[in-house]
Design a protein around this ligand. Structure first.
Ligand SMILES: [Zn+2]
Ligand SMILES: [Zn+2]
Length: 252
């Protein structure tokens, strides 16, 4: 089996026979799996199952490029089905972030303009880009959310709905591939880097900084919430008298 075909094979496999380490969830038309070489702390893939009733011709779902060059209504439908599952995955990720790290950070949903594997797959990937499998410039640039090689689902949906003849629907590899060679720079602060190890250290610092900020912000919000509660109690006491407030609080 060639590596490029691995996803297509998962898409054809009965979900209940796929290892639980790989499969997260399945529906009639889709499966959600873990990326085998995750490029961030959270990295899942949504694939349409095969054979698929979503399209009239299976070759349409071999890639985003094929999908967008075919019937636009079918394309929109496929993207909506994949997108719905991506939102479910994202919700799970955000919950897990909160539980394990005490804050939530951005989760990106999108496609690679030029995929390295066959069969269309939607990436759901956290924006930290912290992973030992993220090794080189090509890896980083393919997930850098502002560069353009990673095409956000929301962008594809707007191209499709803005006009079926939108030129951006023509995914031209020759236009996208050079993006992978772009000089390294942090997608958050634009600082440039000569080498991956330095960029990776920097990404880790960025994530820690975001965490510190978010945790502080959450604490402030909680504090404000508590203050707000006291204010309301005070106002209520003024209006209806202490006794009534006390009895309300007792649930009497
Ligand atoms: Zn991919
Ligand atoms: Zn930065």
């Amino acid at each position: 089996m060639s590596w490029a075909k691995a996803l297509e094979i998962y898409a054809r496999t009965a979900p209940d026979t796929i290892s639980k380490d790989v499969l997260l969830r399945f529906m009639d038309d889709t499966i959600t799996i873990r990326d085998a070489y995750r490029k961030a702390m959270y990295h899942y893939l949504i694939l349409p199952r095969l054979p698929s009733s979503l399209v009239s011709n299976p070759s349409q779902i071999s890639s985003l490029k094929c999908l967008l060059s075919g019937d636009k209504e079918e394309a929109l439908h496929v993207l909506q089905v994949l997108g719905k599952e991506a939102e479910v995955a994202k919700t799970d990720i955000l919950e897990d972030m909160q539980k394990k790290h005490g804050f939530q950070w951005t989760v990106n949903i999108g496609f690679h303009a030029v995929p390295s594997m066959e069969h269309i797959h939607l990436h759901v990937v956290s924006s930290d880009l912290l992973s030992s499998a993220l090794k080189n410039k090509k890896h980083y640039n393919s997930f850098s959310p502002k560069l353009g090689f990673f095409i956000h689902l929301s962008d594809v949906l707007s191209w499709l709905t803005e006009g079926a003849s939108d030129s951006r629907l023509n995914i031209n590899s020759a236009k996208y591939e050079p993006l992978l060679k772009t000089d390294l720079s942090c997608f958050k602060c634009d600082e440039s880097f000569k080498r991956m190890p330095r960029l990776k250290e920097h990404l880790e610092d960025e994530w820690k900084k975001e965490k510190r900020h978010a945790v502080k912000e959450n604490a402030r919000k909680r504090q404000r919430g508590a203050d707000g509660g006291e204010d309301m109690e005070r106002a209520a006491k003024k209006h209806i008298g202490e006794k009534e407030v006390a009895s309300l609080a007792d649930g009497q």
